[in-house]
Structure formats: structure tokens, C-alpha cells
Ligand binder design. Structure first.
Ligand SMILES: NC(=O)c1ccc[n+]([C@@H]2O[C@H](COP(=O)([O-])OP(=O)(O)OC[C@H]3O[C@@H](n4cnc5c(N)ncnc54)[C@H](OP(=O)(O)O)[C@@H]3O)[C@@H](O)[C@H]2O)c1
Length: 338
């Protein structure tokens, strides 16, 4: 079977499509014939060797993928051959707190989903929502679950809440869909006006161009008539964190998720005190949250927003597309096994 690996010293030139023996399931493992995979910002960092905590050895790329179970181990009870499934980002985090588990993520350091066949523990796999294609299902494990964990599981989002989303990347677009599903009011920000117009048509209440409006927290307050927002999905990082706090309604929540604007910055903790803010880090989510998210996706008929589909053999081109920031929605790879 073929698999795409990132190899030291990393970078696009060090991506390798290699041949590996097709694995056989152990007692509690399922063998998945992977049919689609999806890219995340993290995969770009993993491929280029810039991830904080980058593995030093070669590994199969990508946390996100979906396919069909083709073989199961003797003790497997959760799945049967023929079922359509999705791998969990965290292998070993089923419920409760991440720090109480010994979980590791797919796509570095664990071998990931960009392979014709993948062997996973049955406890690290979920059924695919029935109405989704394999390509759509493959987009869920990282970006969608991060948005769900932040807003719904940890944030207890409710109808009427104000939500502020930064940029139009994978996490933010899923958060947009989940927020609308819950009857929340959404303010979206983007560097590009055409994207804001698209999101206005889809139901955004407030629009901010964070490039042309550098002091955007004042605009958040104007849009909400001075109320502020109840939830922020902070993907900009330390440089936008202060404005996220300044945008907050008292006792509102900031979910620290990403660092698209850089890793360094200054934060005044008194702003957290003055707003009585709840600030928490989000690291995707456990399998239990993935399953409840999938129930909501299925019940609502929600479909992930897909930017483009690529032949998986053209991985470097797909990664370059993600790197360019031209995508609006998920970048998906189609995998066809021999
Ligand atoms: N903690 C976790 O569990 C977790 C999970 C998933 C992702 N993440 C992190 O979250 C971030 C987003 O990931 P993603 O997969 O959604 O990325 P992505 O799909 O690559 O998102 C890229 C988009 O983000 C926007 N953006 C770029 N720079 C920005 C900035 N300085 N401020 C605000 N928005 C900016 C741009 O949108 P516009 O073109 O519209 O401006 C860009 O198109 C990354 O840092 C990633 O590592 C963390």
C-alpha cells in the first residue's frame, strides 16, 4: 500500500510517497481502507517541520481521514467490515479531560490517515454521519470538533448568544455553522470583503475586515450595541488576544485555539479580571464529543463547506493551496486504493 510521509529534514521536497506492507488488525483494531482525507493548518506545519513539538522521525501525514472498515480484529465489538468510519484526531482520548488520558494525535507523532490503509484501535474511530460523502466526513476530526468542543461542549452555547469568529479558516467556518445551528448571532472577521459578503448571505449578523479595521474590538461593540460577545474563537493568537478580551461581554469566554498571527505578544491579565472572563485552551476534543457532534450534524443535515478536492497523489500542490490562504472551506484529498 502507498502512504505519504513527512521525512527529516522536512519541507515540501522531503515529502515521500512510499510503499508499506498492508497491516493486519490486532485483537481490538480495525483496518480502514481510506477513501478521503482533509488538510488542516497543522498538517502544513508538520509537512514543513515547523510544528511546535515536531516529531523528529518520519511519519505518515494527516490527522483527518475517512473510509471503509475492511477487516476487524477478533475482539472488536464496535464495528464490522463495510461500515463507513472516521478516525479520531486523538487516539486514546475517549471522554473526560485530555490530561487524564495518555492520548496521542494522528498525523504526527502517530502515523496519520494519508495512506491507502490505516490500522486504528476501535476506540479511536467513530461512525460516519449517514448523509455525508466520504470527502465531507473526512473534514470533521480536527477543525469541526475543535469548533464544537469550544462552543458547545465547553462553551454551553445557547440561542441568542453573540459569537465572534476570526478569519474564514476551517475552524472558524465550522464554528459559524454550529453557531447558526444553535440560534446564536455571529460576527465574522476576514481579511477579504468578498468572503464577508458570502458569510452575510449565509446568516452572519456582523462583518469586520480585520485588515482594513485594525482596532476591530470597537466595531464588535458597535455591532452588539455595547453588549460585547459571549464567545470568542481566538485563532489569531497573542496579537489579537487583547482585542478579543476587549470585545467580550462580562463573564464571556475566550477559547484559545490558534496562532495564525504569530506566536509572541503581550497580554495584560487585568483585562481578564475586569471582564470576569473565562479563558481556556482547546485541544480538539475527545471521541465522546465527536460522537455527539456527529449526531447533531446528522439530525440537522449540516454539510461541511468544501473549498476544493485534489487527487491525493498531488499532495504538495494541495498543501501549497492551503499555504496560499486562497481556500474558503476545507481542502480535501481523494484517495483511491489499488
Ligand atoms: N487548538 C486546537 O485544537 C486547534 C485545532 C485546529 C486548528 N488549530 C489552530 O487554529 C488556527 C486555524 O486553523 P485552521 O485549520 O482553521 O486554519 P486555516 O483553514 O488554514 O485558516 C486560514 C485562515 O485564517 C485566517 N487568518 C489568517 N491569519 C489570521 C489572523 N492573523 N487573524 C485572524 N485570522 C487569520 C484567514 O482567513 P481570511 O482569509 O478570511 O482572513 C485564513 O484564510 C491555526 O493556528 C491552527 O493551528 C488549533
Amino acid at each position: 500500500m502507498k502512504a505519504w510521509q513527512a521525512t527529516p529534514p522536512f519541507g515540501f521536497d522531503a515529502l515521500r510517497l512510499i510503499d508499506l506492507p498492508r497491516p493486519t488488525p490486532g485483537p481490538r483494531q480495525v483496518l480502514i481502507k481510506v477513501q478521503a482525507a482533509a488538510l488542516n493548518y497543522r498538517d502544513l506545519e508538520m509537512a514543513t517541520g515547523t510544528y511546535q513539538g515536531q516529531p523528529q522521525q518520519a511519519f505518515t501525514l494527516l490527522s483527518d481521514g475517512a473510509g471503509q472498515v475492511v477487516e476487524v480484529g477478533a475482539a472488536v465489538t464496535r464495528f464490522s467490515p463495510g461500515e463507513r468510519v472516521i478516525g479520531c484526531f486523538w487516539q486514546g482520548w475517549e471522554a473526560g479531560r485530555l490530561s487524564d488520558s495518555a492520548a496521542l494525535p494522528l498525523g504526527g507523532p502517530l502515523d496519520g490517515m494519508l495512506s491507502e490503509y490505516v490500522l486504528l484501535d476501535e476506540r479511536g474511530v467513530v461512525p460516519c454521519p449517514a448523509h455525508l460523502s466520504m470527502e465531507e466526513a473526512a473534514t470533521l476530526p480536527c477543525a469541526a470538533l475543535t469548533a464544537w468542543q469550544a462552543l458547545v461542549v465547553e462553551g454551553q452555547l445557547k440561542a441568542g448568544d453573540w459569537v465572534l469568529l476570526q478569519g474564514t479558516g476551517g475552524v472558524s467556518l465550522f464554528a459559524f455553522q454550529f453557531a447558526l445551528l444553535h440560534g446564536a448571532r455571529v460576527i465574522v472577521s476576514s481579511s477579504q470583503d468578498d468572503r464577508l459578503k458570502r458569510l452575510a448571505k449565509l446568516g452572519a449578523t456582523g462583518l469586520i475586515n480585520y485588515r482594513s479595521t485594525a482596532i476591530w474590538h470597537e466595531q464588535v461593540m458597535a455591532i452588539t450595541d455595547g453588549y460585547g460577545v459571549d464567545h470568542v474563537l481566538e485563532v489569531g493568537g497573542p496579537r489579537s488576544f487583547t482585542q478579543s478580551l476587549q470585545s467580550l461581554h462580562p463573564s464571556g469566554q475566550v477559547n484559545v485555539i490558534g496562532y495564525l498571527g504569530g506566536h509572541q505578544g503581550e497580554i495584560n491579565p487585568l483585562l481578564i479580571l475586569q471582564r470576569n472572563a473565562r479563558v481556556r485552551g482547546i485541544s480538539v476534543g475527545p471521541r465522546q464529543s465527536f460522537e455527539s457532534m456527529n449526531h447533531a450534524i446528522e439530525a440537522s443535515g449540516l454539510r461541511p463547506m468544501i473549498d476544493s478536492m485534489h487527487d491525493w497523489l498531488k499532495l504538495p500542490g494541495a498543501l501549497a493551496h492551503l499555504q496560499s490562504g486562497r481556500h474558503f472551506g476545507k481542502v480535501v484529498l481523494r484517495i483511491t486504493a489499488d
